[in-house]
Design a protein. Sequence first.
Length: 372
Amino acid sequence: MQATGEVNLGLRLGGALWRFWLWRGHVREGYDRLNALLTLPNAAPHSKERASALNGAGTIANILCDYRAARAFLQESLEIWRKLGDKRGMGIALNNLAWIACYRVELATAQALSQEALDLHRQTGDQRGEAVALNNLSWVAFFHCDLAQALSLQEQSLALRRNIGDERGTAFSQNVLGQFEATRGNYQKAISHLEESRRLHQRLDDKQGLAWMLILLGNTARKQGDLEDAIKLLEEGIAALRVIDNRWGIELGLYWLGIAAQEFGHFQRAEALLEESLAMSRERESQWGIASALCRLGDVALEKNDYARAKACYHESLSRHGELGNKIGIAEALVGYGRVALVENRNARGTAFRRRRASVRADWRTHVDARA
């Protein structure tokens, strides 16, 4: 495939097939094929075919947690669409760049990119693009701890997806609403959304979506206190995500499974799972993932009476959550610090009491000996 026409045909096919590769779980294969096409010498530098293929490569690179590559692909796609004056293409690229920013909790960037995409899609009447932008903005609100706004934006996104008959998008929005409702403690609503999402993913034979459903349902079961079912679902979900190489899903699943193991009292396993999740977070430079795993590792260290390790974990977690402005994360790290302080204070008082008791006993023996 060396002639320009053949290369552009390949790019056109790649731009159309990347969703198939993603949904069917052929993530690595799709990424390698797109990358090979994009590096061919006769690929037209400013064609819509190249812009579409770049969008696919950037989306898949994001799934693989290669954010530098993803941003490079999507930024080039955006530049081509701008040169072509294609507002719809610009909106798609902006939405995908915003989604990467959401993954990395870069909230100001995510907000600005999503708003620009939303404006463009409303200008062109592209309801699917509008729904995607509203989803992104809902996650920005969620990370700002504004659950009411997050739910409102996601419900608007769901309404648009239903209006245009986008079943896959509808399943995605139901998935997100389930996560938001579980965070609010509305578990019945959460399960209703997640089960509807799972039914849609099953009908569409979407392996990515089904794998995610397992870990989301597992974490919801954990929050309800059903640890045995939670662990089973999380283990199944992680195994499925490993098959399709969804690294973000694996990392999150390990994190939730680590919490479930800790709550079950399996501290050694919890520590191992959380350390694996932490290593993956550090590899992809995820501030949120690192901070969250460290806080939970602090909890495990505290259970094991390793107070120095607990304080070190809470300290780094607090610092990173502070940089992100994550109020919930800051609060959780501070609670951990407080628990360590209480234990250490109790232990210090216990030590002082034992020393005082030993001193009194010594004085009493001296007194008895003197009388004798």
